[in-house]
Each structure stands twice: as C-alpha cells, then as structure tokens.
Design a protein around this ligand. Structure first.
Ligand code: C2E
Length: 274
C-alpha cells in the first residue's frame, strides 16, 4: 500500500480486532456503495514521451462515500479482496472502463487494474469479453495491469493470461521495482508492457544507480517486444532523463492528476475544435 494517509482512518492503528470488525462493517458499505453508485473511476493520462500526446488512460477507482467523502483505493481494495467483493466491484470497473473508452477517439487506449485475486476468480475472461462486446471497443484498445503479481498462482493465472492475450488484449506488469514484483515473472507470463514503480522513478534525480537500473529494464523490455511506462513522474527533470533513455510512456502528476470522466471528454472536445 503506497498512499498511507489519504483516506486512512486512525483506528486502523489500534490493532487487528478493531480492524476485523471494521472490515465487516466496510464490506456491507461496499455492497451498498455498488448498489447506490457511489464508486467512480478517474482516468490518469498515459503520455507518449516522444511527442507528449496521450497514449491512453489508466482507470483508477475512487469511492464517493456518503459521509466520509472521497476514499482512495488503498483503503478499500484490500478489504474488498479479503471478502471476495473485489470480483463484483471488478466487473463494474472493467465494464465501466470499456464504456468510457467507447466515447474516446479510437487511438486512445484504456488500462484497467486487475489484482491477482481477480485473476484467480473464475469468470474473469467472460466478464472481459462481455465488456468488449457491449462497449464495442476493439480488444487492442484494452490493457490490463496486473497488480500484486507476487500473489499469482501460476497454474491458474498463466492459462487465464494466455487466453486474455490471445484475444488481443495487452497485459502490463504493474509496479516493477517494488515489493515482491520479481523479475522472473517477466519470463513466465505473456506481458506486453512493464510499468516501472514510482519508488524507482523517485530516485532518478539523486541516484545514478536507479537510472542504470531503469535503463536495464528498458533494454530488456525492448529486446522482448515489451513497452515501458514509468509511473509517478513529478518533475521536468525526471521526464527529460526518461526521454533520453528512451522510455516510451510516462504517467504522473507532472503531466496530469487522474481526471474525472467529464474532464477527459472535455479535453477531447477541445481537441476537435482546435
Ligand atoms: P497503481 O496501479 O500503481 O496506480 C498508480 C497510483 O499512483 C494511483 O494511486 C495514482 O493516482 C498515483 N499517482 C499517479 N501519478 C502520481 C505521481 O506523480 N505521484 C504520486 N505520488 N502518485 C501518483 P491510487 O489511485 O490511489 O491507486 C492506488 C492503487 O490502488 C493502484 O496503484 C492500484 O494498485 C490500486 N487500484 C486503483 N484502482 C484500482 C482498480 O480499479 N482495481 C484494482 N484491482 N486496483 C486498483
């Protein structure tokens, strides 16, 4: 969990018992939240570094809680996973993301986060196929980002990812460079993109070693026909270094915060007028 503080409630620190009771409470709130349409997706632009055009958008879930305000995913995704509710929420996320992309120009892709838990749950492939069929977007415009790859069970995940890939959908390994996102997963699963974690990008300016490491990852990716996105780019200097070392795509507050669906559509409307 990367964004402690935002949306975290203090009694989380008071120990497991409180946390378990609290999780039960939250689970019912998540069920109500789905029914009451309290969840919304925000979309962060993924930028082509060469010309700074928009490659696509990553959809990021937020919870518009009736009394607690806007809650970030680090606060509720884990809870939704431990109860299995992530499967229901995930279906909504996939459908909603494809329907949003259907309103964008065709060259613009949509990237959707899928956790290991979701990947292990039966029915994911059908959910994705249905979302593509209903939204009418082509499979090539959809990219799934696998978070928490260390939790993947190869015997289940590999055939599912192969089937998803065979549909033409792109598959990204999220957060490479943090936690347990091990390098050898790149050799096992049919990834078409690696996403370099913000923690590595953060060190680019102070630290030559992190730059070498990113160069190495980019070289590896390119040799095996994978694209690279650097996450969490916050400064012009980071952008410049990443451009020099031929990183294709970037995301980060330097370019844009995640946007509401309306803001994305407004940006395209302006583009048409220009
Ligand atoms: P992630 O996939 O690594 O997503 C990137 C996170 O970094 C997002 O946080 C984004 O708002 C934030 N970010 C983007 N640019 C910058 C930057 O320049 N600086 C900093 N400090 N942060 C930046 P967010 O939206 O809170 O999401 C956190 C995590 O929750 C995501 O990490 C992802 O693992 C998970 N998540 C988000 N939406 C979904 C979803 O729809 N489904 C699933 N399963 N997980 C999701």
């Amino acid at each position: 969990s990367k964004h402690h503080g935002r949306g975290c409630f203090h009694f989380f620190e008071d120990g497991m018992v409180m946390m378990q009771t609290h999780s039960l409470f939250i689970n019912q709130e998540i069920i109500d939240g789905i029914d009451n349409k309290e969840f919304e997706l925000h979309y962060q632009p993924i930028i082509n570094l060469q010309d700074e055009s928009v490659y696509g958008y990553e959809s990021l879930i937020r919870w518009n809680h009736p009394t607690k305000g806007l809650i970030y995913p680090d606060y509720f995704i884990n809870i939704a996973e431990s109860s299995g509710l992530i499967v229901r929420l995930g279906e909504w996320i996939i459908r909603q993301s494809c329907e949003a992309a259907a309103k964008w120009p065709e060259r613009v892709r949509v990237a959707v986060n899928i956790s290991a838990y979701q990947l292990h749950s039966p029915g994911l492939v059908d959910v994705i196929k249905d979302a593509l069929r209903i939204s009418q977007i082509s499979a090539e415009r959809l990219e799934i980002e696998i978070t928490e790859s260390e939790k993947l069970d190869k015997s289940i995940a590999l055939p599912v990812l192969q089937e998803i890939r065979s549909l033409g959908i792109e598959i990204a390994m999220d957060d490479l460079g943090t936690g347990y996102a091990a390098l050898d997963y790149l050799l096992i699963y049919p990834f078409t993109r690696i996403k370099i974690a913000r923690t590595l990008v953060d060190k680019l300016q102070q630290d030559n070693a992190s730059q070498y490491l990113i160069v190495m990852l980019i070289q590896f990716a390119h040799k095996y026909n994978m694209s690279v996105t650097a996450e969490g780019v916050e400064t012009a200097q980071q952008r410049d270094i990443l451009r020099t070392i031929e990183c294709q795509n970037v995301q980060g507050y330097f370019f844009s915060y995640p946007l509401r669906e309306r803001e994305v559509l407004d940006a395209f409307a302006e583009e048409v007028i220009e």
